[in-house]
Design a protein around this ligand. Structure first.
Ligand SMILES: C[C@@](CO)(OP(=O)(O)O)[C@H](O)COP(=O)(O)OP(=O)(O)OC[C@H]1O[C@@H](n2ccc(N)nc2=O)[C@H](O)[C@@H]1O
Ligand SMILES: Nc1ncnc2c1ncn2[C@@H]1O[C@H](COP(=O)(O)OP(=O)(O)O)[C@@H](O)[C@H]1O
Length: 284
């Protein structure tokens, strides 16, 4: 039997860092939502007790460093599963981009293996397992739109934002999430984006207010390390995006666009100097 799962990318509509915790993580407040750009996982049972990962993407680890591998190992150990699994990852989400590609693959593996092995694990328990793999994994288990707090694993579901186009552009640079958090000085952040006002904008289905309330305190760190991310933001605004922000720890920049007629112009304008550009819809 084969099981298929979609693993969509996320964007952070707002991201605030409150303080550094004694366990080394940062206490955050984020509003996250999914976009229609997804990896696809194909899972099938192996009679022998092993986990095998393959992918068409040449640039991700296929061993125990792969988050889908770690998800399979965790669920196997925790629920005493004696058979193995073959997982093929069809990667579409850019890697190390701030779009949670690896986290979403891990979440999709947990969902899929729960079905493949008929384990009947409830969603809340899957989210707890996911939190052992990464801070963004619990959100990726259920998706939708949510306010995330704690280190990102405590979730309050929200309605979806008003539908719009999302232009994603990933410059060809590598950003380490750990390094970005490592450079944040929470006590020196002067302008905090507001989760409350973003939530209100979403509840009012006001596209203009959603664009107005976009904010990410990790931008300060990543933009200083990589000025080209600022240039990309400027270009997106100049080309006519209604709201522009870096997603997560970056380096991907997203632009929200309400009018379809503007999408091709922005997409083509960006393609002039950035190879990885995508025009997608919110996953509502
Ligand atoms: C910044 C965000 C925003 O959604 O996403 P990405 O840019 O990775 O997509 C997340 O907070 C990233 O979540 P995730 O990528 O799952 O992080 P983890 O694997 O849990 O942690 C990687 C490293 O980031 C730091 N970290 C992560 C989360 C957090 N709240 N505080 C931290 O300080 C820690 O140093 C940790 O060792
Ligand atoms: N299934 C996977 N897909 C992508 N990257 C993975 C995966 N498993 C492990 N990784 C590793 O995780 C790191 C972060 O990747 P990713 O989740 O795409 O980025 P981000 O956390 O910025 O959203 C990369 O260095 C990559 O090598």
């Amino acid at each position: 039997m084969k099981i298929y799962e979609k693993a969509p990318a996320k964007i952070n509509l707002m991201l605030d860092v409150l303080h550094k915790r004694s366990d080394g993580y940062h206490e955050v407040e984020m509003i996250m939502t999914m976009v229609d750009l997804a990896d696809r996982l194909e899972m099938s049972e192996l009679p022998r007790d092993s986990i095998i990962i393959s992918s068409q993407a040449g640039y991700i680890p296929l061993d125990e460093k792969n988050l889908a591998f770690q998800a399979a190992r965790l669920i196997k150990e925790r629920y005493n599963v004696r058979t193995g699994v073959y997982i093929h990852l069809d990667k579409k989400i850019p890697v190390a981009a701030g779009l949670a590609g690896g986290s979403s693959d891990a979440a999709a593996a947990l969902r899929g293996l729960n079905r493949l092995w008929r384990l009947g694990i409830p969603d809340a328990e899957l989210r707890e397992l996911g939190a052992e793999l990464g801070s963004d994994v619990p959100f990726c288990i259920t998706g939708g739109t949510a306010l995330a707090s704690g280190r990102g694993e405590m979730l309050t579901p929200l309605p979806n934002p008003p539908q719009c186009w999302v232009i994603l552009a990933k410059p060809p640079i590598n950003v380490s999430t750990a390094e970005v958090y490592g450079r944040v000085r929470a006590d020196q952040i002067t302008v905090h984006p507001s989760a409350r006002r973003m939530e209100e904008a979403i509840r009012n289905q006001s596209f203009a207010s959603v664009c107005h309330e976009l904010g990410n305190v990790l931008e300060d760190v990543t933009l200083k390390l990589h000025p080209e991310v600022q240039q990309l933001k400027d270009a997106m605004l100049r080309l006519g995006a209604d709201g522009v922000l870096m997603s997560g720890s970056g380096p991907t920049v997203f632009g929200l666009v309400s009018k379809e007629s503007k999408v091709a112009r922005i997409y083509n304008g960006l393609r002039g100097f950035c190879k990885e550009v995508y025009a997608v819809r919110l996953l509502t």
